[in-house]
Ligand binder design. Structure first.
Ligand code: SF4
Length: 369
């Protein structure tokens, strides 16, 4: 058996560790690219969500590299995510990949431990002695997920201060590659220091006072740079501090009922959406309110075209929250047609707006006049 799973930015290295620690042979799909998206779009129903198409393309890439077992996370709904795995398996069989299995990895409530059964199924390890291996694999996965979240935070902050454009991106790539190769507990325990050391080598200008922007939205779009046209890097290179809570760690710790920050966001969004309606709707509303209350310069909501929960969040922000809270927001919906140039123009205009709003707030315009 050769196993694979779809891309989700750098987070794929955490999943790779999880399965490799269980002695499963893993191949990674090529990083998501134009060709994979083209294949996904060609073979998917036209109105299905964009992440479905992108991940189908990743699966085909993995199959071409020898994968015969594909793992896809599933949830209990309530949006289309619950059907991804089953429908993708049928489509792959129709495309001629008859021997491929798509195995659902249930993430609805990780404390129900259905995922253990999936890991047992794919690893073929069911005896008592295998438990220590399971525990080790899960610890490695969680540690790497947490470190990936720390790296994401550092990258979002440092880029706004770098003197030489591109330094942060280089360090980011290097640190991710080192994390991929770290395969002992000792290395993982000291990895936080390595992150600090490597990022502190970047030549930064501490006198800057960058604009602070919060990014939130649907998880696949938020974590896979190819599908979001690398929006974090683009904004960062304009000199903006990026703050993004959403990460693989953020999601997994929430599913283990350990994420109290998400509970806070649920509390904030409760008057508008009192339950999980899929995607990140509830938490996007909470993020918007929280960032407005904590003095951010602006926010950016990113989601796939036709994503029902995120469009609901957008509508509530536009029609209700923006009248209550003073926080500018820009919306980006992504699909296979999304391009760099249109986005750059909108981001530049948005940057100007944020900048003049801040100057206005500080009373600088008055002083200069
Ligand atoms: S969250 Fe949005 S994009 Fe993801 S499956 Fe649900 S509807 Fe589709």
């Amino acid at each position: 058996m050769i196993l694979s799973f779809p891309n989700m930015g750098s987070n794929r290295i955490a999943f790779k560790t999880l399965f490799e620690q269980l002695d499963i042979k893993v191949v990674l799909p090529d990083p998501t690219n134009r060709e994979a998206i083209k294949i996904g779009v060609k073979h998917s129903p036209e109105f299905v969500c964009f992440p479905f198409k992108a991940t189908l393309g990743d699966f085909v890439s993995a199959i071409k590299k020898g994968a015969d077992t594909l793992v896809m996370a599933v949830d209990c709904g309530p949006c289309r995510f619950g059907f991804y795995g089953a429908v993708q398996e049928r489509l792959l069989h129709d495309m001629g990949y008859k021997d491929v299995n798509v195995i659902p990895l249930d993430q609805a409530d990780l404390l129900e431990f259905k995922w253990v059964k999936t890991l047992q199924e794919v690893s073929g390890k069911r005896d008592l002695f295998a438990y220590s291996k399971f525990v080790k694999a899960v610890i490695f996965f969680l540690k790497k997920a947490k470190l990936l979240s720390d790296i994401q935070t550092a990258e979002g902050l440092f880029r706004a201060y770098e003197r030489n454009q591109g330094d942060t991106t280089e360090v980011y790539k290097t640190v991710i590659s080192k994390l991929d190769q770290a395969n002992t507990l000792k290395e993982l325990r000291s990895f936080k220091n390595l992150i600090k050391e490597d990022f502190n080598k970047i030549d930064i200008d501490r006198t800057r006072t960058p604009l602070r922007v919060a990014i939130f939205g649907e998880i696949h779009i938020s974590l896979e740079p190819f599908v979001n046209v690398d929006i974090r890097r683009k904004l960062g290179e304009m000199g903006v501090e990026i703050h993004q809570n959403l990460s693989l760690w953020d999601w997994v710790s929430h599913k283990f009922h350990l994420n109290f920050h998400r509970k806070w966001l649920e509390h904030l969004s409760h008057p508008y959406v009192p339950m999980d309606i899929g995607g990140e709707c509830q938490w996007v509303l909470g993020e918007y309110i929280d960032r407005a209350q904590t003095g951010f310069d602006a926010s950016c909501h990113i989601y796939p075209f036709t994503c029902m929960p995120e469009v609901t969040a957008r509508t509530i922000i536009t029609n209700k929250l923006k009248k209550i809270y003073d926080l500018p927001i820009i919306f980006f919906s992504f699909d296979d047609q999304s391009g760099t140039e249109g986005m750059r123009t909108r981001l530049e205009a948005f940057y100007d707006l944020m900048d003049s709003r801040r100057k206005h707030k500080l009373g600088k315009e008055k002083i200069l006049n």
